[in-house]
Design a protein. Structure first.
Length: 459
């Protein structure tokens, strides 16, 4: 996990100097612009004004409001680490900031229930902020499905999180693993044996209830794949490929941050730099989906290909992989995963194809040329981060430039606060500039047809 966080931090470096070069003069908090709405599809069940009000109330609860608040909290962490390591601090700032004594406790959010308890987003927030064990924690997401039975996103999130953590059956799984089948009653054993199927069926119910978001079908297919239901996986991928929208489902407040990244400094307020710092630290530690399972699902398709599956099945999986890189509000890491999925499928197909006509060879060459262009965009993104890191003197970034001698040095609190406060502009650049550029390339790749490679022209 540390390696993944390091990669994401490298991608986040450019926030520092990009903000210094591009940030406008400080705005008056009373002159805030309303958030821009880009689509008639939303991950939020509640009306926009209610979602905005919930986020504002969430900000008001943050103990770290000003830059000085955040700096004091980081200095405390610095000193604690120095005392524990012979005077030489050795710490990771990302997890502690905004947690413990300086974070929002679960009981703090109870005060908001009377006003926002009818909103599923409130219960998503309660789940995200909870430090309870899975059986207790999952009940908060279950509450989101109860207050809004027609909210497909909350239902999907409930079943996905339950599938990962076993929810109320967490203890059964642990006994099944550590003590064996003999420790369970026949009813408990039935739950353990059928639980993956039940969770996958719950996610499918949510995906079909929504009916418009491809990512709900794609992630549901990933949970059916380990069950060996290959034909059903293809059906779900085809349903996803036919959806008009393609949004990554995630819990509030991360869904809010992704959706309103452009306006975030104005929404938070320029004087509340401590809130921005806390939000960034929380975002950096939002768990990544399990992309490895997607690769396993793709490998099953490649095995089926070797056994003589229909070419149309290849097209179904290929279009899923391409659309995965076109996901709205997805970070660059997910677009890298999409590139890998498309590449693995194409490379396997070429190896199994046998002799080709020259026109088909040219089609595959064009496919790989477009994949190379997408890879080039991703490498440019990484290089961009290294360049910006050298352009703003005196500000530390999570991935220091190679050769500066600071790779293993804990940053001073003042440096970390400067970085955390200036992050939104770079994340906006990732989500709204580099991301759509790669998404356009993946949309071009989607036109490739395995039944007629010769027809592909790179767009």
């Amino acid at each position: 996990m540390k390696q993944v966080r390091r990669l994401l931090r490298m991608l986040a470096v450019a926030a520092v100097s990009a903000h210094a070069l591009l940030a406008p003069a400080q705005a008056n908090d009373s002159q805030m612009k309303p958030p821009r709405r880009r689509s008639d599809y939303s991950l939020f069940h509640s009306p926009p004004e209610r979602v905005d009000a919930l986020f504002a109330a969430f900000l008001d609860l943050m103990p770290l409001q000003t830059r000085e608040d955040a700096l004091a909290a980081l200095r405390k962490l610095w000193q604690q680490s120095a005392d524990e390591n012979g005077g030489a601090p050795d710490l990771d700032y990302w997890l502690p900031l905004g947690s413990g004594d300086d974070g929002i406790a679960a009981e703090d959010l109870l005060a908001l229930e009377s006003e926002f308890g009818s909103m599923p987003e409130y219960w998503q927030l309660r789940y995200a902020a909870s430090g309870a064990d899975p059986p207790e924690r999952i009940r908060l997401l279950e509450k989101a499905t109860q207050v809004a039975p027609d909210d497909a996103i909350s239902l999907f999130l409930y079943w996905r999180e339950t599938a990962e953590h076993w929810g109320p059956y967490w203890g059964l799984e642990m006994r099944f693993v550590t003590e064996g089948e003999g420790s369970l009653t026949p009813g408990e054993l039935s739950i353990c044996r059928n639980w993956p199927q039940l969770a996958a069926e719950g996610m499918e119910k949510a995906a079909r209830m929504d009916g418009r978001n491809a990512m709900l079908y794609y992630w549901t297919a990933r949970y059916f794949a380990p069950l060996g239901e290959y034909e059903h996986v293809l059906e779900l991928l085809e349903l996803g490929n036919g959806c008009a929208y393609n949004y990554e489902p995630c819990l509030f407040p991360v869904s809010f941050l992704l959706d309103r990244i452009e306006e975030l400094p104005d929404i938070v307020g320029r004087k509340r730099a401590g809130c921005l710092a806390t939000l960034k630290a929380q975002w950096l530690n939002y768990p990544l989906p399990n992309y490895i399972r997607l690769m396993d699902m793709l490998k099953e398709t490649c095995v089926a290909l070797s056994l003589g599956t229909g070419i149309d099945d290849l097209n179904t999986v290929h279009r899923f992989a391409c659309r995965f890189g076109q996901t709205e509000n997805a970070l660059m890491f997910q677009r890298v995963v999409s590139n890998v999925l498309v590449s693995v499928l194409a490379d396997t197909a070429v190896r199994l194809w046998g002799p080709m006509e020259p026109q088909d060879v040219e089609g595959f060459n064009l496919l790989h040329r477009k994949l190379g262009a997408a890879t080039g965009q991703q490498l440019a993104w990484s290089s961009c981060g290294g360049y910006f890191a050298t352009r703003l003197a005196g500000v530390w970034t999570p991935a220091s430039p190679v050769g500066d001698g600071r790779d293993n040095e804990a940053a001073a609190p003042e440096e970390v606060v400067d970085y955390l406060v200036k992050w939104p502009v770079f994340d906006e650049y990732e989500l709204r500039v580099f991301g759509p550029s790669v998404a356009k390339l993946m949309a071009d790749l989607e036109a490739f047809d395995y039944t007629n490679p010769a027809a592909y022209r790179g767009y």
